[in-house]
Design a protein around this ligand. Structure first.
Ligand code: SF4
Length: 177
């Protein structure tokens, strides 16, 4: 199949790219992550991905919009988990791009991380698939997580210390008693 791979960052893309290629799929990489703040961090993650995509010959489409206000308004809605809105916001745009690029399905590197809400990612992906008519290709990429970490360290790629949004940055560093 021709699959659009939504990519959250370079290091997380290593194992999913390898696993999907091993399965014989043709890949279109896609970056759209308005959840990454502040802007310098956004730029740094995107630059790291651009470099890695070029190194592994991955076609990469970039939606570089820095939608800080839109993201915050989704995250602060209050009627659902912050991360649910975050996944949904990204997957809606990924599914639309997958259609534009004539892909058969879309998936996400978010499925590789043991720190993400894995079941929720799958649930949101399948919901967006029902709404858009474009299949969500679910793979549990997590068994490849450690190898991806190792390769990213060997390649000296930038590895971010928090998930992306300012809330996750606070959770990571602000250890108030
Ligand atoms: S913690 Fe991560 S997944 Fe959750 S809202 Fe923040 S950036 Fe998105």
């Amino acid at each position: 199949m021709k699959i659009l791979l939504h990519i959250c960052c370079g290091p997380c893309s290593i194992s999913p790219i390898a696993q999907l290629r091993d399965l014989g799929h043709q890949l279109e990489g896609f970056f759209f992550n308005p959840n990454i703040h502040p802007y310098k961090e956004f730029e740094r993650r995107l630059d790291t991905l651009k470099e890695y995509a070029a190194a592994v010959d991955l076609p990469l489409t970039i939606d570089g919009r820095y939608l800080l206000e839109e993201f915050l308004s989704e995250a602060l809605r209050g009627d659902r988990l912050r991360c649910e809105g975050c996944y949904e916001m990204r997957f809606r745009v990924a599914a639309a791009m997958a259609k534009q690029l004539s892909c058969d399905a879309f998936t996400s590197t978010l499925l590789v991380s043991p720190y993400q809400k894995h079941d929720l990612i799958r649930e949101v992906g399948e919901r967006v698939a029902r709404e858009t008519g474009l299949p969500f290709y679910y793979v549990d990429f997590r068994p490849g997580w450690q190898q991806g970490v190792q390769i990213s360290r060997e390649r000296q790629m930038y590895r971010q210390p928090y998930c992306g949004c300012i809330f996750s940055e606070k959770e990571r560093y602000c250890k108030s008693k």
